[in-house]
Ligand binder design. Structure first.
Ligand SMILES: *Cc1c(COP(=O)(O)O)cnc(C)c1O
Length: 358
């Protein structure tokens, strides 16, 4: 393998000068801040946020998110210099296209059925997408991938556990690509907390071309906060930092995420219940006459193949139960994607579907 980050980065990105903010340009301890044209009196908001809110909203946030990265570092076992924080994982996905893919020239490989944002970001950036569908058992088609890779292929997106299929991608297959592909292998681990497979974080030191995406939106219960993480070797992180908006993580998000990270135990309890409920729901759904197949899941949802999924979907909507109709997605014909709810919600779903079946 011949991986060199400088061969991979777009020329304009390599040569551009990053924005230097007021908060970047001083070092040492300040007392009177007259450098950023902020309002010195305060903000009308100061009261009323939960936790130990020391945040001062009249000031710009820390562009490097030092405190938050330190805390995430302790929990994830990744040094702060290998962490990028974004406005959701979606920001990191978009920035990877902007840094590494020359519009109208470079391409990326996607393995559908998978998360939709990869393709949206590719189109937005005018980057060609080559799709290699997963096999019938929702695994990578390695032969076809090898065939498709050419010198313009910059990024591979592997979602594991995969959305919407729920399964994990076989580890040796991912390792094969990490060992042989000269571009970046992005492993989206949005659902890793629910998985029997372990994260690739321990492999970060081995692979200069590995990028791991995780998020606060799922197991952490903070989809509304918009906070995503990317873990990678330092050169990749440095480019992400170079091109991001200087203040991409606002003060409220930084402060609230710090507070949330104090409650790891609660999050772990929820994960345990969700995994238990997943197996219960899988059993219950499998018993229904309208169910053709419930696929195994390492995530907080189940992909369920039904007889006439569209009709089941509408029946549920009419009873105010909303699931995701994936029946028009490749390899997901007649499938619904059902998120694991609370035990009460899952019970209600099963009762409603039993009525339909009868
Ligand atoms: C939900 C999800 C995310 C999370 O995206 P955010 O922007 O962090 O909310 C990322 N990847 C996949 C595959 C997802 O399903």
């Amino acid at each position: 393998m011949d991986f060199t980050i400088d061969n991979l980065v777009r020329k304009n990105i390599k040569e551009m000068t990053a924005y230097s903010s007021a908060r970047h340009e001083y070092s040492g301890k300040g007392n009177i801040f007259l450098d950023a044209n902020e309002n010195p009196f305060g903000s009308p908001l100061l009261a009323g946020l939960p936790g130990e809110v020391t945040a001062r909203f009249n000031r710009y946030p820390d562009p490097a998110q030092v405190l938050l990265k330190e805390k995430i570092s302790l929990i994830k076992g990744v040094p702060p210099q290998n962490i990028f924080l974004g406005n959701g994982s979606d920001e990191a996905i978009d920035l990877l296209f902007r840094i590494f893919c020359e519009p109208g020239k470079d391409k990326v490989l996607l393995f559908p059925p998978t998360y939709g944002m990869y393709e949206v970001c590719a189109e937005m950036n005018n980057v060609q997408v080559k799709k290699i569908p997963l096999t019938a058992s929702y695994q990578l088609d390695l032969a076809a991938i090898e065939e498709a890779i050419d010198p313009f292929t910059k990024l591979l997106f592997i979602c594991s556990p995969n959305n919407p299929t729920g399964n994990s991608i076989k580890r040796p297959d991912v390792e094969l690509l990490l060992n042989n592909f000269n571009g970046l292998v992005i492993i989206d681990e949005a659902y890793i907390n629910y998985s029997r497979q372990k994260t690739f974080i321990a492999e970060l030191t081995e692979y200069p071309n590995l990028v791991i995406l995780q998020t606060f939106s799922k197991a952490w219960g903070l989809a509304g906060l918009r906070l995503g993480m990317a873990f990678a070797a330092q050169p990749v992180i440095q480019y992400l930092d170079k091109v991001k908006y200087p203040y991409n993580i606002n003060t409220a998000t930084q402060q609230l995420a710090l507070d949330a990270l104090e409650n790891v135990a609660t999050v772990n309890d929820w994960i345990e219940v969700t995994v238990e409920q997943r197996e219960w729901l899988r059993n219950e759904l499998a018993k229904l006459k309208i169910t053709q197949q419930v696929f195994p899941s390492d995530a907080n949802f189940l992909l369920v193949k039904m007889k006439k999924a569209g009709k089941v979907y509408q029946y549920l909507v009419d009873r105010e139960i909303i699931v995701r109709d994936r029946s028009h997605v490749i390899r997901c014909e007649d499938c619904l994607r059902i998120t694991i709810g609370t035990p009460e919600e899952n019970q209600q779903l099963v009762t409603t579907l039993k009525d339909y079946s009868a």
